[in-house]
Design a protein around this ligand. Structure first.
Ligand SMILES: *Cc1c(COP(=O)(O)O)cnc(C)c1O
Length: 365
């Protein structure tokens, strides 16, 4: 069976280094916000090309604290509208609703799965105060184009949870394209911890300082609570693991792109649509998502022939019980995608033989 993901295999490569990191962690005697976190924050800011990186507990908190930070700074207030793609993961929308901001859903391009400036323009009003762009599946949204059509005061926040290392045509990395960005280091992401983890990157010193406080009970100095914060700290042990894996991220992303090229070259079944990609480094293939009219049959056929697949995601957010207030809204492209999309295995440890087996079976369908 070719597994959809094999996290044990993914982490086994780094076993020696991870054990060394763990030993150093024990010996440090400092288990919350220690050197492991500070070092990783510096390394990840430098990797993304941003001035600041603040480690937090997970990706949802990273996004939630960005909006909360802007509320603290007086740049956003309850009821302000935030444009967000309708076909994202639910965390993107929860970060908005959790702050009493109002999500305004927009449709993606049916071939790249990403939102575009033209669609955002249609929904941009004077109530729009922020845009949450989601680099879904690892493909980079064209933030430069969006910047041109919104007001200069509009905050552009990136959800980079699936796009660590994606590079724009201007040479900027995900996390450095808007005003602030949230990352997740959930174990399955391109840069994955061995547990939960997340980070905010930004070039805005005031936002960085606000989030440093928010993640730690509202203060940086012990027993000084300047604002009402929460407890959302990146674990020092996970930060140390992430430093080990960050060193190899470029290789991992190249291997993902290599597999994507093999899929695109090899798959020629007319019942299958391939994702649109210009072969540049603006994609890190967190997922390789194909479309088919016969998605469920294709999924069963692949499984019976020894290939596990997954669906990201089977149900639109507006059709979830959590967001019934939006259940009457129509999103034809998004709903079509949820019924047709299928994710093929694309983790870097897949062998060429396995990739070719997947191609052969898809073509046989
Ligand atoms: C994984 C993910 C998140 C949330 O990350 P967690 O670490 O699980 O909280 C947010 N947005 C997107 C697009 C994701 O894929």
């Amino acid at each position: 069976m070719i597994k959809f993901l094999d996290l044990k295999k993914s982490n086994k490569k780094y076993e020696e280094q991870l054990k060394l990191a763990f030993n150093n962690f024990i010996d440090s005697g400092y288990y919350i916000l220690g050197n492991g976190v500070t070092n990783f924050e510096n390394e990840f800011a430098s990797y993304c090309g941003t001035k600041h990186c603040i480690g937090v507990a997970n990706g949802l908190d990273a996004l939630t604290l960005i909006f909360r930070g802007y509320i603290e700074m007086g740049l956003l207030k309850k009821g302000d509208e935030v444009i967000v793609p309708a076909n994202t993961y639910i965390a993107s929308v929860l970060a908005i609703s959790e702050n009493d901001l109002v999500p305004v859903f927009v449709e993606p391009n049916a071939y790249t799965y990403l939102v575009e400036a033209s669609e955002i323009k249609k929904h941009f009003t004077e109530k729009t105060k922020a845009i949450l762009v989601v680099h879904l599946y690892g493909g980079l949204v064209e933030v430069e184009e969006i910047r041109k059509i919104v007001s200069t005061k509009t905050l552009i926040v990136e959800d980079s949870a699936q796009a660590h290392g994606s590079i724009s045509s201007e040479g900027l990395k995900a996390g450095n394209l808007g005003n602030a960005s949230g990352f997740s280091f959930y174990p399955t992401k391109n840069l994955g911890a061995l547990g939960d983890g997340g980070a905010v990157t930004t070039n805005d010193l005031q936002l960085a300082n606000t989030i440093l406080k928010l993640r730690n009970y509202g203060g940086i100095v012990r027993n000084v609570n300047e604002i009402k914060g929460i407890n959302s700290r990146l674990h020092d042990i996970q930060a140390r693991f992430l430093s080990v894996k960050l060193n190899d991220l470029e290789n991992l992303n190249s291997r993902r792109r290599e597999i994507a090229k093999q899929y695109i070259k090899g798959i020629n079944n007319i019942k299958v649509d391939l994702p649109l990609w210009d072969k540049s480094n603006n994609h890190v293939f967190h997922q390789f998502v194909i479309k088919s009219e016969f998605r469920n049959e294709l999924k069963d056929f692949l499984f019976k022939n020894g290939v596990q697949t997954d669906i990201h995601y089977p149900t639109a957010i507006t059709k979830q019980g959590a967001f019934t207030e939006y259940s009457d809204l129509e999103f034809p492209i998004t709903f079509m995608l949820h019924s047709k999309i299928l994710s093929l295995p694309i983790y870097p440890e897949l062998t060429d033989v396995e990739v070719h087996k997947v191609i052969t079976i898809v073509n046989k369908f």
